[in-house]
Write a protein that binds this ligand. Sequence first.
Ligand SMILES: [Zn+2]
Length: 370
Amino acid sequence: MRKKEARRQKTEVRSQKGTSTKQKAESRKQKAEGKKKKTAASKKKAESRKPKATGRKKAESRRKKAESRRKKAAPKPDRLDLSKFPAESVTQMERGMCLACVWEVFTHHLKLAPKTALGEIRRYTPSLEELHAAVARPYIAAQSYKEPCPYCRAASKWIARLPIYRIESGKATDALRRDLVKSLSKKDNSFVVLEQKATQQHAFFEWLELISKQLDLDDSRWIREVSRHYLARKEPKVDWHVEFERAHSIRRSRRLEEGWEADNGRLFLAPMLFDELLLVQYLVSRSHLAGGLTLEGRYTLPELYHRLRHSGYLRAVGVQSGNPGDALEQLLAHLSGGDAALRFYYIIDRRELLEGAKALKVGKAKGAAR
Ligand SMILES: [Zn+2]
C-alpha cells in the first residue's frame, strides 16, 4: 500500500516536472477552489502565489481565464429528476471521460488539427457497445473522479462526467419518458437518446441481478426488500415504500383471488402473487448457502417445485413439466415475460462534455490539457 502511494507521488512529481509552471499554478489554484469554505485570505494567498511562478502578465490572463471558466463551470449541471418514474424501470449509471486523453489521441496519434479535434469531442456520444464494455481509456469509473486521470495523470478537472439514465419501455414509463425528453435542452445536443432493442426476459434478469447486488443476504431483512422491489416492478403505481412501512408481515391471503390488500399491519397477497414472490425470493437466494430462502423458509428446487405444484401455481401459469429443472425454465419464461419485445432508452447527459470542450478550447493551444 505504502509502496503504491509512493509510486503515485513519484509519478505526480514527474508529471509536474514535465509540465509547465503554468499547470502547477493551475493545480494549486484548483486546490484552492476545491476547499469548500475558503476565506478571502486564503484566496488571496492562492492567487498571490501565481505571479511567483510566471510573469505578471501571464498570471493575470490566466486568472481571467480561470475566472471565466469558473463562472461557466459553476454550478455543475444538475442531475435529471426521474423521481416520477417507477423506480424499478430506471437505472442510473455514469461514466467519466478524460478529455486530456481524448485530446492527446486526436491531436498526437490521429494528427487531427486542434479545431477538428475539438469538433469531434463536442459531437462525441458513447455508443451502446461502449456503455456496456469494461471501463477503458479514455473512460473512467465513476468512483475515481476526484483523482487525476489514471491513464495520463491529467488533473481531475479534465474528467467530464457523462450521467446516463436507462429507462425500460412500458405502459408505466412511455408517456413520462416522452415528456422528459421533450423537456430537455436541445442546445448542441446536450442530451442524446439511444435506443436498444431487448426482450422482457433480458430486462427481467438484468433487474434481478441488479437488485441482488444491492441486497445483503446475510441480513434477514433482504426478503422484505426483494418483495418490495418485485411488487414495485409488478405494480409500479403503488407507493410500496409506504405500504412496507406499514406492514410488519407479508401473508398469503385465503380470501383474495388476485391482487393484494393491506390490513392491520399485514400485507395480504393473493395466492398466485404470493407464490410468484416465493419464486423470486428463491431465484435471488438460490446460490446462497445451498438453496433458496423464501418467506416460507429454505427450499431446494424439488421442494419448491412440489410446493408450487401443490398450491396450483404451476397449473395456473401453464407449467406442466414433471421435471423440476424444466419446470423452472418454463416458470422463468412466464415470470419474465419471455421473448416479448421491450426497449431500453438511454438518455446521455453530454453537458459536462460540452463544458469540457469549451475549457479545452481556452487551454489546449498551450498544452494546458496535458
Ligand atoms: Zn487522461
